[in-house]
Design a protein around this ligand. Structure first.
Ligand code: FPP
Length: 234
């Protein structure tokens, strides 16, 4: 794999609702079409050697959406896991979850746990689903855990460093994203991977997520390859 291929790509999959509205369809039809874009991106990662793909599937804030949409998204997620389980096992894909699993409806949670377990031995592609995820909550949880260790005397305040924080994030052990793709033209981070995106290259496309094709993913990789990363140096 050339150096110019990102190891870790993160995606804010935005624009499903607008895609559906443009066609006079219910919002859920947009999410359903969006899950096809996920399949295309996963295949593109397998083909190009990207090792980690992190997808913002459902934010902690998304629970505020109408029940019909929330329930539909949870069912879609469960169906996606059901349909893709065997393929993930076969293709060497390891599923990970970041976010609050306890918030999920029990059938969805059970399916998620099952696929996490079934794919735990794989390492060709790490597919990280952010579900009921909030970057601020993830950092707050890490702070709370550090505070507990300091209080109980196992951690000296002077020893708190980036490594201590990173070990307590949902992404512990994973490299930070090299490339963040956001669809639908919005220029926001939206509470996604707030710690991990510090030095990530950002690629924004106006395409709505359900319209995002393999060529769009490859174009984002090409854009990334043209960047000069200095990590604050010169
Ligand atoms: C943002 O578009 C998208 C979401 C909140 C959900 C993303 C979910 C999927 C792509 C499919 C389900 C996930 C899996 C893993 C099967 P939006 O609804 O905010 O769009 P809008 O800004 O145009 O309204």
């Amino acid at each position: 794999m050339p150096d110019s291929t990102p190891r870790h790509v993160a995606v804010i999959m935005d624009g499903n609702g607008r895609w559906a509205a443009q066609r006079g369809l219910p919002r859920l039809a947009g999410h359903e079409a969006g899950s096809k874009s996920i399949e295309r991106c996963v295949q593109a990662c397998l083909d190009t050697g990207v090792e980690y793909l992190t997808l913002y599937a459902f934010s902690s804030e998304n629970w505020k959406r109408p029940a019909l949409e929330v329930n539909g998204l949870m069912l879609l997620l469960e169906r996606f896991l059901n349909q893709k389980r065997d393929e993930m096992v076969r293709e060497g894909i390891r599923l990970h979850h970041i976010g609050r699993a306890d918030d999920l409806p029990p059938p969805c949670r059970r399916k998620l746990d099952e696929v996490l377990h079934a794919t735990a031995g794989n390492s060709r592609l790490h597919l990280v689903l952010a579900i009921s995820y909030s970057g601020r909550t993830e950092i707050l949880d890490a702070i709370r855990s550090i505070a507990c260790d300091v209080k109980s005397g196992v951690l000296d305040p002077g020893a708190i460093d980036a490594t201590q924080v990173e070990a307590r994030l949902g992404t512990a052990g994973m490299p930070d994203p090299d490339l963040l793709i956001r669809t639908s033209g919005e220029m926001r981070i939206s509470n996604f991977l707030l710690w991990q995106l510090s030095y990530t290259e950002i690629h924004v496309t106006k395409k709505l997520w359900p319209d995002f094709q393999r060529e769009d993913f490859l174009a984002a990789l090409e854009d990334y390859a043209s960047r000069s990363r200095r990590f604050g140096g010169v």
